[in-house]
Design a binder for this molecule. Structure first.
Ligand SMILES: [Zn+2]
Length: 248
């Protein structure tokens, strides 16, 4: 359902509260940066903030109204997360390469603070920029965000990186890059994910049927992609690719 004009205006007004800090009744502090925030917005949108500011739990944040977010939180990442809670979107001031640093940081923060919609948004942005990261000087820090600050069972972004790296290794000789080799040396889990992703691409099977005798055989998907000749067990002959039906 689309918001009415009044609903749109309302959302914009809430967004403005974040930009201006007007009527703020709480603060989120990251290093030396202070964000003037509103309990009514944060606590209704997010369980972490609701919990921290709830007097019933007796945390000091509930009477000081100040939440300090410790390192390794990055100011731009926390700003993006707060902006998302107010506006349903976030903007990044950095250039495209540095943007992946923020987006992977946002993904990790969204996981930590349980902002599910933000996690999805960050994952989409990572996915559309991921090709640029492998030649970037930010590669190590981006991989740190993914592998140090997200739980191992959270596969979404890890799989994106492993898959993109695998494709680039196979098609673009990514292993020739010293930056990349250094990154996989530093990050054993990433290296392991790449090995597993490669194993999958080699071994996924496709089912093909012989047009002569109709017997069925399994071949690596690569054989189909590359339209290789295939040995038919039924006819005991090797046929060119045009003699095979591919099962979708
Ligand atoms: Zn056959």
């Amino acid at each position: 359902m689309a918001l009415s004009k009044d609903g749109d205006d309302f959302r914009k007004s809430i967004g403005k509260l974040f930009d201006t800090g007007l009527y703020s009744d709480a603060q989120v502090v990251v290093g030396t940066t202070i964000f003037n925030v509103h309990k009514s917005v944060l606590c209704t949108q997010n369980a972490y903030f609701a919990h921290a500011f709830d007097v019933a739990h007796g945390f000091k944040e509930s009477y000081t109204s100040v939440i300090t977010i410790e390192e390794p939180a990055n100011v731009e990442v926390i700003k993006a997360m707060l902006e998302y809670i107010y506006k349903g979107d976030y903007t990044v001031a950095s250039d495209t390469e540095a943007q992946l640093v923020v987006d992977t940081g946002v993904y990790a923060a969204a996981e930590m603070f349980r902002v599910e919609g933000l996690k999805q948004l960050a994952a989409e942005r990572i996915s559309s920029n991921i090709d640029k990261v492998f030649s970037s000087s930010n590669l190590a820090i981006v991989l740190d965000n993914v592998y140090e600050y997200t739980p191992e069972h959270d596969r979404q972004v890890r799989d994106l990186f492993a898959k993109a790296a695998t494709t680039k290794i196979e098609r673009e000789g990514l292993l020739g890059s010293a930056t990349f080799r250094e990154a996989i040396k530093e990050n054993g889990n990433f290296a392991a994910d790449i090995v597993l992703a490669m194993h999958k691409t080699v071994n996924i099977q496709a089912e093909v049927t012989c047009r002569i005798c109709t017997s069925t055989t399994l071949v690596p998907t690569k054989a189909v992609e590359e339209e290789r000749a295939i040995l038919c067990d039924g006819c005991n002959r090797v046929y060119g690719f045009q003699y095979w039906n591919i099962k979708e």
